[in-house]
Design a protein around this ligand. Sequence first.
Ligand code: ATP
Ligand code: MG
Length: 316
Amino acid sequence: MAKEKGIHGVEDLPGIGPATADKLKEKGYDDIEKIAAASPYEIAELTGMSSEAAKKAVEAARQATTVDFTTGYDAYEKRKALGKINTGSEALDELLGGGVETSAITEAYGKFASGKTQLGFQLCVNVQLPVGKGGLDGSILFLDTEGTFRPERIESIAKAAGMDPKDALSRIYFVRALTTSQQILTIERADKLIRENNIKLIVVDSMMALFRSEFMGRGALGERQQKLNSHIHKLQMLADTYGLAVYITNQVMDNPAILFGDPTTPVGGNVIAHAATTRLYMRKSKEEKRIVRLVDSPNMPEGEAVIKITANGIKD
Ligand code: ATP
Ligand code: MG
């Protein structure tokens, strides 16, 4: 979408002064596209404006917003130019069609010690590699909700990749979130950090741990899913806007409804299932071997790759 007519922000709309603009921003209406998509009644209710004034503001927002159509060929050219981050394993890169995709959310789920976090560490190092050498010459926002970020692992993996570990660690912007509010706010406020530091990878390890512990029981499920939905939607928006990769890890449970076959199911329900562009199921094999199954991808067939977790990171 594009903006026209000198209307760039919420406060440029008729009848909306700084105080009203702040009110709207607080409620998540932080750009004119969101106002254009809102109903005047919503806006009137939120701000205390008269419904006439709200109608005018929404109308102006709609006029200032145009929809840009592109052709399928444009989309094809754009997709060809999308960056990929190598995983450290050629087999896994091949399974993914070249590596972890940008402008998309990749989810890894699996039981404890299946390698979800280790793959995240490897991506933190590899995204820093030059373009054409498996990376995007980018920095990382690492959101740790479980307290399992280990700089010494980054150090070993970076050394093995021929990088100065101190440089590699300096390009990782790390946040330890203890509550879902902190988790959500970190992502809500990430735009500036991303722009100023060329962030090309966001890791959320793990997506669901805090949501699960804070929203217990059936009664809280609706609210949990609603918050989760807007959280993951924001991640998707960042991926699209900045052409970056989002890697999230997810916990699993045994689904009692699955009587035959593997009952291991990722948590988070439909919200996560729909939002993740690519889903990987990781499971333990012998010793350092892990089996990675591509469960869901918009353009690659299902399949499996065997990787190894070594002291130097992910390998074939
Ligand atoms: P959880 O659900 O508990 O977060 P996870 O899927 O994130 O599990 P990881 O932390 O990625 O699991 O994997 C842990 C495994 O990684 C360990 O069991 C070990 O096999 C391997 N590992 C960790 N550090 C090293 C190391 N320095 N050298 C070799 N292997 C290691
Ligand atoms: Mg982990």
